[in-house]
Design a protein around this ligand. Structure first.
Ligand code: MSP
Length: 659
């Protein structure tokens, strides 16, 4: 992947025009944009495709409901997607629409090729069809014999003449592909789901419809005008028609795709149908199909009908587009669902961006100004900070694979470790002391080490936050481009001497949520109804409470008097002469860590505790154990087999409250 001028083709799904863009669409597109930007920065020749999926019964219905022709309606919504991606500065090279004449020609060409090689035949289809998902289901797949297993909507029984694609013929070749290319589906855990599905047997696929009109017609040669193509055949073909398949073939040398980025709900179409179509057409298979999870609100998938959709534009306008990009790419491991909340976004901005990145830059601007008239010279870095530089370089040289496995969160997590190295170098190097001692060269070396770490971080962060990192690079006297990527990252060179530019703080602190989203308005209404119901219940159950008191039950208010918090163990050691006690320093997001003395030595060694998270009773009166003050208590569970700590299922910010 590191070859120069290597062709890299990256795609998003093409979005249905029956709905306006939401945060889920933005997520796929932003991941793809980040990969495309990284590949360009690394000197590769990139083609990045996005677009809209405009045919099918669902769109026909949506247009009808608005008194428009399908084409008028598709034009309108497609333009909204394009406008949003332009506002989001998505660096796509082509925006394809399935109503583009060249695309339709390409799809017809593909149909004809598959027909000519015997992979398409005509028969009668009987099945349960979900218009919303544009998918047929067998009777056994339905919920309560009627409802769609994907979206829960009612299905209809359809019996119609149809052309079929011989999907069953490709079952073994598909299985061979999954076996021989373990990373063809990312995250790798999703591959097994697909393999199991295919092993259960594949039916041939109905690929035409006669019950509606809004779709690509069959090739003239077949002389069967009442059929239109199944939307998924039409849509999947966009990945090659965008390169000129079936017309001028102008960009077919970008094929096969490096990665198709999609959401997990459309994995089956991409990991089964699409490679089978490609095999039939004699085209190579994509290198990777990357399926991300869903953005949810309070654990539920976002949808217009639930009224919990988050508008990405509204959020980006309020918090800054690049902060929003950083949040989405940092917050959830690829493939897993992530719950959107403004609080989590604010925490990322204040903590990762403000405290870790922004403050570091401010610190060296301040120090270089005070001591060296803003000059920075890298000369002494290798002499005085060889080990820190080496440690940071090791990280800079190791993050790229995370990106191509779409583990953007891991990539950023690793990158942030270099900021910690830099911060620590200042704290231990103490340039202000060195200046007092007359060791100017050493003070300069520390400041220059940090400047170099920041510069290299800015380059590797550039695909995620293009403008912010350009500003950082500007302050550090260089420009982010392939040449500087090669020099500072690949060849591990240091910055030439320069004068640092003072810039205003990049990430002003945010205290409170900045927008009341439609979803939040709905939630607020729901909450106030619930609050009223609770108050009523409280009034009515006063008597009952008295009885409960007698039975030793606590009320919810009593429960919340206990402050439970998530903490990160930053140090742990055995308490000398004690069989049971360990002394821990636990970060609860406060000014200083808390000392907690815990009776867990029989079950845990200090090493296995450091950098792990625990749950802490945070408002317990401090107590003395073997002469040491303990400022909290760890939650743990104990039975006959021993004791284990209670921990958050996923890492949370130190100090997050539990309740
Ligand atoms: N038109 C098809 C794709 C054809 S590709 C050849 C389609 N369109 S879609 O507009 O419904 O969805 C596009 C993408 O958005 C899918 O990858 C889907 O997973 C993603 N998302 C839709 N809702 C989502 C969330 N709530 N969260 C994250 N992504 C989700 O499917």
């Amino acid at each position: 992947m590191s070859d120069k001028c290597k062709k890299v083709y990256i795609t998003t799904p093409i979005y249905y025009v029956n709905d306006v863009p939401h945060i889920g669409h933005a997520y796929t597109t932003i991941i793809a944009d980040t990969l495309a930007r990284y590949s360009r920065l690394a000197g590769m020749d990139v083609f990045f495709l996005t677009g809209t999926d405009e045919h099918g019964q669902k769109i026909e219905h949506a247009a009808e409901a608005r008194g428009k022709t399908p084409q008028e309606y598709a034009d309108e919504i497609s333009a909204r997607f394009k406008k949003l991606w332009d506002e989001f500065e998505i660096s796509y090279d082509k925006f394809i629409r399935t109503t583009d004449p060249d695309h339709m020609k390409g799809v017809q060409k593909a149909f004809e090729t598959m027909y000519d090689n015997g992979d398409i035949y005509k028969d009668v289809y009987r099945g349960h069809y979900c218009v919303s998902c544009e998918t047929f289901f067998t009777g056994t797949q339905l919920v309560d014999d009627e409802f769609c297993p994907e979206c829960g909507r009612s299905t209809t029984i359809v019996e119609e003449e149809s052309y079929f694609f011989r999907l069953s013929k490709y079952q073994d070749r598909l299985l061979e592909w999954y076996e021989s290319k373990p990373d063809c589906i990312l995250p790798k855990s999703k591959r097994n789901e697909v393999i199991n599905f295919v092993r259960n047997g594949l039916d041939d696929l109905s690929i035409t419809r006669t019950s509606f009109d809004w779709g690509v017609k069959l090739p003239e040669k077949l002389n069967d005008p009442k059929h239109v193509m199944y939307v998924w055949l039409d849509a999947l073909m966009n990945y090659v028609t965008a390169l000129g398949y079936g017309t001028d073939e102008a960009k077919m040398d970008y094929w096969p795709a490096k990665i198709h980025l999609i959401g997990k709900d459309i994995l089956r179409f991409h990991a089964i149908y699409w490679p089978a179509f490609l095999m039939s057409l004699g085209l190579e298979l994509p290198h990777h199909i990357g399926a991300h999870g869903w953005w949810t609100r309070n654990g539920e998938k976002m949808s217009k009908s639930k009224g919990n959709v988050v508008d990405p534009k509204e959020i980006a306008d309020a918090y800054g587009l690049e902060n929003f990009r950083y949040f989405m790419l940092r917050e959830v491991p690829f493939g897993q669902d992530g719950d959107f909340s403004q609080r989590a976004l604010i925490d990322r901005i204040n903590s990762d961006l403000g405290n870790d990145l922004g403050n570091l830059l401010n610190r060296i601007i301040g120090m270089s100004g005070k001591y060296f008239d803003f000059r920075i010279e890298s000369e002494g870095v290798r002499l005085h900070h060889a080990s820190q530089l080496e440690e940071a370089e090791k990280i800079f040289g190791s993050v790229e694979p995370f990106l191509y496995e779409v583990q953007t969160n891991r990539y950023l997590e690793e990158l942030w470790k270099t900021l910690r190295i830099a911060n620590k170098a200042i704290d231990t190097g103490m340039p202000w002391v060195k200046m007092k001692e007359g060791k100017e060269e050493e003070a300069m070396a520390t400041i220059a080490l940090v400047a170099n770490i920041l510069a290299k971080t800015a380059i590797l962060l550039h695909p995620f936050m293009p403008k912010t990192t350009r500003t950082i690079a500007g302050a550090l006297g260089f420009e982010i481009e392939t040449e500087t990527y090669e020099r500072l990252i690949k060849r591990k060179e240091l910055l030439e001497d320069f004068t640092i530019e003072k810039i205003p703080p990049l990430f002003p602190r945010i205290e409170e949520p900045l927008v009341e989203t439609a979803a939040e308005k709905n939630e607020a209404e729901k909450k106030s109804v619930e609050k009223e119901a609770r108050a009523k219940e409280k009034r009515e159950s006063k008597k009952g409470e008295e009885r409960q008191d007698a039975a030793n039950l606590v009320t919810i208010d009593q429960f919340f008097q206990i402050q439970l918090k998530v903490g990160t163990v930053i140090e742990a050691e055995e308490v000398p002469k004690s069989k049971k006690l360990l002394r821990l320093q636990v970060d609860l997001g406060e000014e200083r860590p808390r000392q907690i003395v815990a009776g867990i030595k029989e079950w845990y060694t200090p090493e296995e505790l450091v950098n792990t998270q625990v749950c802490v009773v945070a408002n317990l009166k401090p107590a003395k154990l073997m002469g040491m003050v303990s400022e909290g208590m760890l939650l743990a569970a104990k039975d006959d087999e021993g004791l284990c700590l209670v921990r958050p299922e996923k890492p949370r910010k130190p100090g997050s409250s539990i309740g």
